[in-house]
Ligand binder design. Sequence first.
Ligand SMILES: NC(=O)c1ccc[n+]([C@@H]2O[C@H](COP(=O)([O-])OP(=O)(O)OC[C@H]3O[C@@H](n4cnc5c(N)ncnc54)[C@H](O)[C@@H]3O)[C@@H](O)[C@H]2O)c1
Ligand SMILES: [Zn+2]
Length: 383
Amino acid sequence: MKILISGGAGFIGSAVAERLAADGHDVRLLDNLSPQVHGKDGRRSFSLSRARASGRLVVGDVTSAEDWHRCLGDVTHVLHLAAETGTGQSMYSVGRYCEANVAGTATLLDILRNTEHQVSRVVVASSRAVYGEGAAHCPRHGTVYPHGRRIQDMEQGLFAPPCPICQVATTPEPTLEEARLRPNSIYAVTKLAQEQLIMTACPALDIEAVALRYQNVYGPGQSLVNPYTGILSIFAVAMLSEQPINVFEDGAETRDFVYIDDVVEATNAALFADKVNGHIVNVGSGRPTSVVQIVGLLAAALGVEPRYRVSGDFRVGDIRHNWADISKAARLFHYEPTWAVDAGISRFARWVQDELEQYIQSGGSYDAALDELRQHGLLHRSR
Ligand SMILES: NC(=O)c1ccc[n+]([C@@H]2O[C@H](COP(=O)([O-])OP(=O)(O)OC[C@H]3O[C@@H](n4cnc5c(N)ncnc54)[C@H](O)[C@@H]3O)[C@@H](O)[C@H]2O)c1
Ligand SMILES: [Zn+2]
C-alpha cells in the first residue's frame, strides 16, 4: 500500500510511519516541521529523525493544495494527523488553529473531489477534546453529561461536576462515542470540524473514512520542547530540573493516558481492517489515571523525589474527568491496549533521560539542555 501521513514528522505520525515501513508499505510524509514541535531547526527532533528513516518526507503545509499534490500521486491511504495541538494556545490563536486544522482538512477534501487520485481510505485524528467533560453517573438520573463547573463551586474546592438536571455531585464514568459532544476549546472545535468534514465528505466521494478519537497519548517521541501540549513532557522536564510541579485542583482529576504503541496498533487497524468504514472510534487505555498518580509514577521512574504542591488552583473551562470506553474499538478491530500506565511511564522516562544524555554527549551540557527548554517556555509552566 502507498500511505501518506500528514503531520508525519510528529509524535504519532512518525511512530505509525515506522511501523508501516517495517511492514513493507511505501510511506510518504507531509509536514511543515513546525518549530513549536521540532525546535528551531529540527536537528534534535527525535520524531523527525524517526520519520526520515521511515519514508519520503515532503516539507509542506496542509493548507497548500500544491503541497498535497506534491505527495498524493498514487497514494491509496491517507492518515491525516497534521494539526496545531495546543488546547490553551488555541484560545488566543483562533485563526491559526482554524487555518491549519479546518482549512487544511478542507484543502485535502477539495483535492479529493476535484482531481484524479487513487485514495480509497482516509483516517483522521480526532480527539477526546470533542467531548469536553466526560460522562458521569448521577444517583437519580443515571448517565449524564455535565456542563462546565461553576467558578464559585471550584473556589470552595467542590470540583466534582454536578448533574446537569438535579445539581447533585456525580461520579465519573467511561465515555462512549455516542456521548454528548461539548468541545470546550477552539482546539476541540477544530478537531470536531476535522472529524465531521472527513466523515461527511468521504462517503460522497466513495472513499472510506474512519475518525479516531485519541485520548492522552504519551511515550517516546513526544515533543519535549512544545510548551503547549503533553503534560508528561512538561512534568518530566520540570522534575529533572528540580522545579516544583503545581498540581491543579485536588490532584484527583483524571485523564486516559494511552501509550504510543497501543495507538500505533489501533491506527494501523483503522487504516487496513475491514468493516471500519464510517466509524468514529475512541482510542485510549480505557482506564482513568489521576494527575497525582501520574506525578508519583513519573517521579519514581525518573528516580527523583516528587516535588509537587496540590494547589487548589484551577483553570476556568478545564474538565474534571475523561476516560474512554474502548469497547467499540475492541469490537471493530480487536483493539486491546497492552501497556499498563506504570510500564509505559517507565519506558517514557528512560527515553527522556536518553534524550538529555545524548544531548550532553554531543557537546551540550545538561544545563544548556535545560536552558534551551527554558527558552521554549517549558520551565516556567509550574508556578
Ligand atoms: N498526542 C495526543 O495526546 C493527541 C490526543 C488527541 C488527538 N491528537 C491528534 O493527533 C494528531 C497528531 O498529534 P501528535 O501528538 O503527533 O502531534 P505533533 O505535534 O507531535 O505532530 C503534529 C505534526 O503536524 C505538523 N504540522 C502542524 N501544522 C501543520 C501544517 N499546517 N501543515 C503540515 N504539517 C503540520 C507538525 O510539524 C507536527 O510534526 C493531531 O491531529 C492531534 O490533534 C493527539
Ligand atoms: Zn441528577
